[in-house]
Design a protein around this ligand. Structure first.
Ligand code: LMR
Length: 394
């Protein structure tokens, strides 16, 4: 049977992670995979997470099944965190799923049950794993204009014109905040216009919310999601707890659907759960129980929010420092956009040869499209990084 197969292309983000690990240079710099790193270059376990795990270990009495939708307390807490009452509760259903990717997969399978082979519109560019997930669910991919390589901002008029021309059989995949890979995000007024467009055309929004709290704050980053969910009759949100709770390998996320009424929500939910049952039966509990424990406890929640605030502040500071270092050395403001972008990433707009050159010559690793993870910028070597970037683009 396997002789019919040819080798699958590797995932460029995960492959780069392996290349970086294998590079023996001591002074190498990892701006690749989207994993937060602290000032010591370590991806820490948040202290609220550690405390929640200790409480859980002491209190746990059983490991019996929880059901296809997973941990109910987690679901209720995440709905509150994401939607904060912006939608009638009885019209919403949530299923815990394995990470942001698992949540996207669950929701795209649901779309394929409703409209087999429907087209999912993704931003140009988007996270490289989006198209494979769409195809894996049996759906088609198309792109809408997004990133303006000149201004390093959003081509909003072109984006909106494209969305305005869609119809009710289309799905629009939006990055709820902290756009991956570009770092260029919609303003609140632009979210309002997108929500109005979706309400007009009937296209179904699927919001990928993988970086909630990494941009401007928990409520600020949820603005677009809440606005869209409150404006349209049907919506879907794929939430991830990988980054904001630092739970990467625990694979914790949630698939959220908003229907036009409670009866329709029940039907759609039954199909979503049937898809889960046929895929992996039920989600693992550990990450969900951590998040439930944190969000339901006032003290732990405050501790988590403070840690998240510090994480975000550090990324914003690193952005400002790198932009400033480049400005000082080059006497030009071409890279000021790094300070204006939000989230974990910025797309530098460098050609592939320059990205390769930086890797080979300087041990500076970024994704091939020139996406950098700002959390990987070593604060004490910002100057070294700025020098290398300037030398490489000359
Ligand atoms: C990234 O974009 O680097 C992260 O979301 C990690 C991944 O799985 O690709």
């Amino acid at each position: 049977m396997f002789e019919t197969l040819s080798k699958a292309p590797g995932d460029k983000i995960l492959a780069l992670m392996g290349e970086f690990a294998a590079d023996p240079r001591q002074d190498k710099i990892d701006l690749g995979v989207g994993v937060y790193k602290d000032e010591n270059g370590v991806t820490p376990i948040m202290s609220a997470v550690k405390k929640a795990e200790e409480t859980m270990l002491a209190a746990a009495k059983t490991k019996t099944y929880l059901g296809m939708a997973g941990n109910k307390g987690f679901g209720a807490a995440v709905l509150d965190l994401v939607l904060a009452g912006s939608v009638e509760r009885d019209w919403v259903r949530i299923a815990q799923a394995p990470g942001g990717t698992g949540s996207l997969w669950v929701l795209m399978q649901l779309v394929n049950r409703a409209r087999p082979g429907a087209t999912v519109w993704v931003s140009d560019p988007t996270w490289p794993n989006h198209p494979p997930i769409v195809h894996n669910a049996g759906l088609e991919v198309a792109t809408y204009p997004y990133f303006d390589a000149e201004t390093r901002g959003v081509k909003f008029e072109e984006m909106l014109a494209c969305l305005d021309a869609l119809g009710k059989d289309d799905v629009v995949l939006l990055h709820g905040c902290c756009h991956n890979p570009t770092g260029a995000n919609l303003t609140n007024a632009q979210w309002d216009a997108v929500a109005a467009s979706l309400a007009r055309t009937g296209a179904l929004p699927l919001i990928d919310l993988a970086y909630l709290g990494f941009g401007d704050g928990l409520a600020e980053d949820a603005y677009g999601t809440r606005k869209v969910a409150a404006s349209v009759p049907e919506a879907m949100v794929a939430f991830s707890g990988s980054k904001n709770f630092g739970l990467y390998r625990e694979r914790i996320g949630a698939a959220i659907l908003v229907a036009r009424d409670g009866a329709m929500a029940d039907i759609a939910n039954s199909q979503m759960l049937a898809g889960i049952r046929a895929s992996y039966s039920q989600p693992p509990d550990h990450g969900a129980e951590i998040i439930r424990t944190i969000l339901e406890d006032k003290t732990l929640r405050a501790e988590w929010e403070a840690e998240l605030d510090a994480t975000r502040a550090r990324m914003i500071r690193l952005r400002a420092k790198l932009a400033e270092a480049i400005r000082q050395r080059s006497n030009a403001n071409d890279f000021d956009f790094i300070a204006e972008h939000r989230g974990m990433f910025s797309l530098l707009g460098l050609p592939g040869e320059t990205v390769d050159h930086l890797k080979v010559t300087n041990g500076i690793y970024m994704i091939g499209d020139s996406r950098i993870n700002v959390a990987g910028i070593p604060e004490d070597r910002v100057g070294v990084l700025a020098d290398a970037l300037i030398a490489a683009i000359k």
